[in-house]
Design a protein around this ligand. Structure first.
Ligand code: PLP
Length: 246
């Protein structure tokens, strides 16, 4: 390992300890067991080398937001850490024409928000499996829009149940829960409280859909207070991104 890599590894280890500390503190305040909250690194804009270093630190799950970037990175990480079984999660908007590619690298898609996307993923996963490019079904979280503006991704809370029915009926998809991003300008606690209601309602219909993916670098504490089972952390772990990449 080069000096530069060694330094980056130490930087990531220190950031990881800080983020884990925040999760532990937030869980203690909420009376929750930290084992209920998974830390999902979001490595968009960061190089495959960083994903490899996170693997070395014991993080085998990682999330990406754009198909083209992710597909290339997945291949690089396989070269860097051939023995590591990294699970890749898609958390960004998925265009339907990208589904065949996403079906080849993603173990889970957290950003499913329309019936047409459900159909496209179902078809893409089936084709990928038939072609031997994928093993197993695709885990799906339904992204809910928490500001009533689905233009920025996510279905409305009223559409969520019907969309869940479609995912549950799709043989190649596994309904795992809900995901939400707190909109700018709204108290994240209020946004996550809404998402928690939707998550609980979904669990009554589908007891296996236990995930509530909520909370990022700036608001993971509020998300944990409201029951998040998965915090998606980019900048607090990896450092700042260029602003345009959001
Ligand atoms: C980028 C991104 C994150 C991580 O954001 P940070 O503020 O850097 O922690 C989480 N979720 C989604 C959907 C993202 O696109």
């Amino acid at each position: 390992m080069t000096d530069l890599e060694q330094r980056r590894r130490e930087e990531l280890a220190a950031a990881l300890a800080r983020v884990r500390g925040r999760i532990t503190t937030a869980c203690a305040a909420a009376g929750r067991d930290p084992a209920e909250v998974r830390l999902l690194p979001v490595t968009k804009t960061f190089p495959a080398r960083d994903v490899a270093l996170l693997v070395d630190l014991g993080l085998f799950d990682t999330a990406e937001a754009r198909d083209a970037e992710a597909a290339a990175k997945v291949a690089e990480v396989i070269e860097l850490r051939p023995a590591a079984a990294v699970r890749w999660h898609m958390v960004g908007r998925v265009q339907r024409n990208k589904c065949p590619s996403v079906a080849r690298w993603a173990a889970h898609v957290q950003s499913v928000d329309s019936p047409r996307l459900v159909e496209a993923l179902q078809r893409a996963v089936r084709s990928a499996r038939e072609a031997g490019r994928r093993q197993g079904t695709l885990g799906v979280l339904i992204q809910a829009s928490l500001d009533g503006d689905p233009a920025r991704g996510g279905c409305t809370l009223t559409e969520l149940e019907a969309l869940a029915d479609r995912v549950a009926a799709a043989s190649q998809l596994r309904l795992e829960g809900v995901m939400g991003v707190a909109p700018l300008g709204i108290d994240p606690g209020d946004a996550f409280a809404q998402l928690a209601v939707a998550a609980q309602r979904l669990r009554r219909s589908y007891p296996g859909a236990v995930e509530m993916s909520a909370g990022m670098s700036g608001d993971l504490e509020q998300a944990i207070t409201h029951g998040s089972t998965c915090v998606r952390v980019g900048t607090a772990l990896l450092g700042g991104r260029p602003l345009t990449s959001r």
